[in-house]
Design a binder for this molecule. Structure first.
Ligand code: NI
Length: 566
């Protein structure tokens, strides 16, 4: 048995260290360690609750706006205000865009290269790759053999010069089975995904003011001005145009621009992302049985479709066990607890609900640089969240299974369509491949729904509804003397909760528990492994010096360690 360290694991959000024990070509044990701590929750204590979302969203610049939304919702619940319909629609468009960007780039920019023999791909004939693109419906994106050749030559020059992001490519690795033209097409789409993401992110810049870290949230709604309908040009009148090159977000030109970018988002998901994951599923079907966490699936649900506190959600909430995936259970906030038995915090053997957790960092690991964690009881800045005492897997795969159980028709329809195309049943939606497919299924559900939210917004304004915020609870004098609030929602990477306690006009306590904390959790007080740790156990590794199988499974979670430990 030999112990191997991967630190840092690249192509993840934040800082991840893995240690694995490998025996006879199989992982027999694993430790997942988050190696960065900042103390965002402590920074929030004593602040004005109306400012919380601006600071809380600095938890992460990759999961764009996820913590701003969670924070503003938690404070709204505490002070007792429900944002109006228009604000919900803008928030859905912003969060939905962020989901699609994360899910597509999660596949192309973080996971895809694990499945490609780059050197083999760069020897492929561009004409063969162009034929393949046409046959799978990606013809309009990959364009011609000439453009593929130019991309191939550009990448070949990069590899010859040292590789850049392609350095350390795993050529000749036995885990690779895509043909040269298939690999080349995936590399072309990898590069195209950068241009695509830059273009689609303009939705975030127009509705959020900038990206990452949108600036237009507001306790009670959204701080966007609806188009001016009064007189123009008179002294003190509203300016015709506030910015020279960008249209006003909610004006006719702005809404038309956003609709166009949503169309770009949809076209790439339909014609590029889905065909590519279908090809991956056909080439590597056994990867649905590899990399399973074996844990239950948890989703808090996201994208409210009405203003009710228990709104219908496009992605339903709930949890299901692996043994009875068809039986949904409702999520009970009181069943969530975090333990720090193996984390670098003040020792506390008891689990605490995130609203009551005290975060007191205490690094007592080895002297830096860390060479090996072997023998260390505490090994991560992530806490170990548990639901009714058990680890839970969250993220796209969990949400798809919860949607199946809860009758989420939009998810079910896309997922069943994909499985029919693959001639497979729901058993394919497991493990490393299952997470990869679920990410594409969800991106498809969202690109289909997003234009609808924008249309509803346009119609609502056309009918004369100009309300984007309810500011009746803006002044602290209107708040209860003491109050608590919470938000249970989703970011692209998994179940995201924020809890706030307010005393007078100040934040007394603040708790954040992110989807990546669930997925990349260290062991708990009973020494039960977290989902990623468990998913790695049993994984075949052909060459420990080039552990591409481990990377495939890590990247299938698309982890964000910045969110995981904050
Ligand atoms: Ni993040």
């Amino acid at each position: 048995m030999t112990r191997h360290v991967i630190d840092p694991v690249t192509r993840v959000g934040g800082h991840l260290r893995l240690e694995v024990e490998i025996s006879n070509g199989v992982v027999v044990d694993a430790w997942s360690a988050g190696t960065m701590f900042r103390g965002i929750e402590g920074i929030l204590e004593g602040r004005d609750p109306r400012d919380a979302w601006l600071l809380a969203q600095r938890t992460c610049g990759v999961c764009v706006g996820a913590h701003a939304l969670a924070s503003v919702r938690a404070v709204e619940r505490a002070v007792g205000v429900v944002p109006p319909r228009n604000a919900r629609l803008v928030r859905n468009v912003l969060a939905g865009t962020s989901f699609v960007l994360d899910e597509v780039t999660g596949f192309y920019q973080r996971a895809a290269l694990d499945w490609v023999d780059v050197r083999l791909a760069l020897t492929a004939d561009p004409a063969d790759a162009a034929d393949l693109a046409l046959a799978s419906g990606s013809g309009g994106f990959a364009a011609t053999a000439d453009s593929i050749r130019s991309t191939r030559d550009r990448l070949a020059r990069l590899v010859a010069a040292g590789g850049g992001p392609l350095a350390g490519a795993t050529e000749g690795h036995p885990a690779h089975r895509l043909t040269g033209p298939e690999g080349l097409l995936l590399l072309v789409h990898y590069l195209q995904s950068f241009d695509w993401a830059r273009s689609v992110a303009r939705i975030e810049t127009l509705l959020g003011g900038k990206s990452p870290h949108p600036q237009t949230f507001l306790v009670g709604g959204i701080a966007l001005a609806p188009p001016w309908t009064g007189t123009r040009g008179a002294t003190g009148g509203h300016p015709d145009q506030t910015q020279r090159y960008m249209p006003t977000a909610l004006g006719p030109d702005g809404l038309t621009a956003i609709m166009g970018w949503l169309g770009e988002a949809r076209r790439f998901v339909d014609e590029v992302h889905l065909p590519d994951v279908i090809r991956l599923a056909r080439t590597y079907p056994e990867w649905s049985g590899i990399g399973e966490s074996g844990h239950s699936y948890l989703s808090y649900g996201e994208f409210p479709e009405d203003e009710l506190l228990d709104a219908r959600r496009l992605l339903p909430g709930g949890w299901v066990t692996r043994d009875a995936p068809g039986t949904p259970h409702d999520v009970s906030d009181g069943s969530i607890a975090e333990t720090v038995a193996h984390s670098w915090y003040e020792p506390d053997e008891r689990g605490h609900h995130p609203a009551e957790a005290v975060t007191r960092p205490r690094y007592e690991g080895r002297a830096l640089p860390l060479l090996m964690l072997e023998g260390a009881i505490r090994y991560s800045w992530l806490k170990a969240p548990r639901y009714q005492g058990a680890p839970m897997e969250t993220g796209p795969l969990a949400r798809v299974h919860v949607a199946f159980a809860q009758g989420g028709r939009e998810v079910r329809s896309v997922a069943d369509g994909l499985l029919t195309m693959l001639g497979a049943d729901r058993e394919l939606l497991r493990g490393t491949l299952g997470r990869t497919l679920a990410r594409a299924i969800e991106a498809e559900v969202l690109v289909a729904r997003l234009p609808g939210w924008l249309t509803e917004l346009r119609e609502s304004m056309a009918e004369g509804d100009r309300a984007f915020a309810d500011v009746s609870r803006w002044e602290p004098g209107s708040w209860p003397a003491r109050s608590t609030g919470w938000s249970l929602g989703e970011s692209a990477r998994g179940a995201l909760g924020h809890w706030v306690g307010i005393d007078g006009r100040r934040i007394e306590s603040y708790g954040i528990l992110d989807g990546s904390t669930w997925n990349l959790s260290p062991r708990d007080e009973r020494d039960v492994r977290g989902p990623l740790e468990q998913a790695l156990v049993g994984l075949p590794v052909a060459d420990p010096a080039r552990p591409v199988e481990i990377l495939r499974t890590v990247h299938s979670f698309d982890p964000c360690l910045a969110c995981g430990a904050h």
